[in-house]
Design a binder for this molecule. Sequence first.
Ligand code: SAM
Length: 253
Amino acid sequence: MFIVSYGVDQVYNYFKKHTIGGEVGVKNGNNARIMFDRINPQKLHLIDPWGVYDDDVYLKHVPQNEMEIAYKNVLAWANKPERAGRVELTRDYSFNAAKNFPDGYFDWVYIDGYHDYENIYRDLKEFAPKIKDGGFLCGDDYWYMGINMNKMKIRRNMTPEQYQHAIGMIEGINDFCRDFDHELLFITMDDSPKFFLARNGDKAHSRVIAERVIMDCPFVIEVDNPRKFRQDLFVPSGAASPMEGRAYIKIID
Ligand SMILES: C[S@@+](CC[C@H](N)C(=O)[O-])C[C@H]1O[C@@H](n2cnc3c(N)ncnc32)[C@H](O)[C@@H]1O
């Protein structure tokens, strides 16, 4: 697995144009807009419940009116004449929405929904059969989420068990790759690293993207074993609280 010094907005420039893509977890559509502009997809499916659910650790802390506004903004953007039916919104959870797409439909799907072990694993598993030969899965936050959870003040409302699952993004992605014959090709150097996968033995387009990005970006690191990744916190001297620190990746022996 490689760590490349590009951010994902630069990596989008390397995607094949006029492809069929999807995003799971859309919220305000910030990433959707960048993907649309850079990739110029034939079709972009945006999947999000845009709702508040009391049994949902993440969504229950987002006010419903905020989600309603986000949904309306994304819908208005999608319906602009220049997008002319090329952006379709599905207001539902990923695992329900996935069932309605035929197998082998997507060229790529970007996953950025519910961030915990079970959900990232399930989203990747549900969408993997929906990817055509040569297509690929990618997504946000190949990362330990504990620091974000603290900053978002979500942690104090979580049981220790929920918290453990919530910081399991890296394990969820690694375990999906192991169980469903995928390979983690590279991650980006965004403040929350994006991941790019390929089916083992498949000439996935992500391999072409990976090779070109590795050749072009200024700085590349290869990691033999992503299971040796840990998130740690760098706290500057004189900090009043560890929360003034910043998260970084530590590669352990
Ligand atoms: C971090 S935000 C997405 C941000 C967006 N990808 C961007 O970068 O602009 C996460 C979103 O995931 C959505 N979400 C949570 N669980 C989901 C699920 N199971 N299926 C689809 N979306 C989900 C939430 O409603 C929220 O809007």
